[in-house]
Ligand binder design. Structure first.
Ligand SMILES: Nc1nc2c(ncn2[C@@H]2O[C@H](COP(=O)(O)OP(=O)(O)OP(=O)(O)O)[C@@H](O)[C@H]2O)c(=O)[nH]1
Ligand SMILES: [Mg+2]
Length: 297
């Protein structure tokens, strides 16, 4: 059967938590030449575009992440990273990754590298995409081992970036289906690592945007908040667009934010990412650079 493919682009303004963003969704429309009644309509991609709002109304500013050195009254749209609530300030700097090396795997916090370099811990439910995000950030396919099966990462893995700072891959939490051997004792692990790691600049808490918000992620976010551990919400798998079943990533994210708003006085930074398309990669690194440079002072 002869097929003719037509591509249609739609621009949709989603009312995501501020800043409101335009997302361009591309749909491919396939029309069979002989039986036009068998037209198929499929979502094929999502691409980023800058916010089109000329300036943010003051009511939206409380939900932005405003870094040190920025006056709320100075903020304009060009300072906000796309697909995020993150304002970029004067501490943002060179965010290129020139080299990365695996340093060690540690079973407990006290076995972790002992030096003064700042670190960012990648945390989240098992299978959320922690190891994949690390590989995407450092542009190496198999630096951190990934798997479809939950429970792949079992130890605290330190990766040294540009000889200056660490990215830390952690075991996932909350996987009902994993074998006993693959489960981590989270109560002792969390106390040991998160509460005693003086060089921890921020947790990057990964949330799977392709599924509805999960109780266990709120519990984790709230535990970090109660213990004053800085956190950035990194939404993963934003490339997975489900048109026929379930909600879209931006809808799941909005739901997550609404609940988080009730528990945090100041909204933590958040950003949408995909390890498949690279969405948010450079922006997340820029955000990390401003946190790191401020910490380094
Ligand atoms: N579509 C899509 N799939 C992803 C993305 N990130 C990860 N995955 C897939 O999700 C699965 C789990 O990825 P991992 O990176 O191993 O997840 P993890 O959080 O490190 O898992 P544990 O180490 O078991 O806790 C793999 O099959 C990845 O290919 C993404 O951005 N988009
Ligand atoms: Mg992993």
């Amino acid at each position: 059967m002869a097929l003719r493919r037509v591509t249609v682009s739609l621009s949709i303004l989603f009312q995501t938590p501020p800043p409101s963003l335009y997302l361009t969704h591309t749909y491919s429309l396939t029309i069979p030449r002989t039986t036009p009644s068998l037209i198929s309509f499929r979502h094929s991609s999502i691409s980023a575009s800058k916010t089109l709002t000329p300036s943010l109304p003051p009511s939206e500013k409380p939900f932005l992440f405003i870094p040190p050195g920025v006056e709320p009254t100075q903020i304009n749209d060009s300072m906000i990273l796309p697909f995020s609530n993150i304002v970029i300030g004067p501490y943002a700097g060179d965010s290129k990754i020139k080299d990365v090396e695996f340093i060690k795997s540690s079973p407990r916090a006290k076995d972790c590298p002992k030096d003064d370099r700042p670190e960012f811990a990648v945390l989240g439910r098992s299978n959320v995409g922690k190891s994949s995000l690390i590989n995407s950030l450092v542009r190496k396919k198999e630096l951190a081992l990934t798997s479809k099966k939950p429970g792949k990462t079992q130890l605290i893995n330190h990766f040294l970036v540009n000889k200056k700072w660490y990215l830390v891959d952690l075991p996932g939490y909350g996987f009902a289906k994993a074998s006993e051997a693959a489960k981590v004792d989270w109560s002792s692990f969390t106390k040991g690592y998160f509460l005693n790691r003086d060089t921890l600049v921020s947790v990057l808490l990964l949330i799977d945007a392709s599924v509805p918000p999960q109780r266990i992620d709120f519990d984790c976010a709230n535990w970090l908040g109660r213990n004053n551990i800085p956190v950035t919400f990194v939404f993963t798998k934003c490339d997975k667009m489900k048109v026929s079943k379930g909600k879209r990533p931006d809808e799941n994210i909005k739901e997550f934010q609404e609940i988080i708003k009730q528990n945090y006085k100041q909204h933590p930074p958040w950003i949408m990412t995909s390890s498949v398309t690279g969405l948010g990669r450079d922006d997340l690194l820029l955000h990390v650079s401003q946190l790191r440079n401020y910490w380094d002072q």
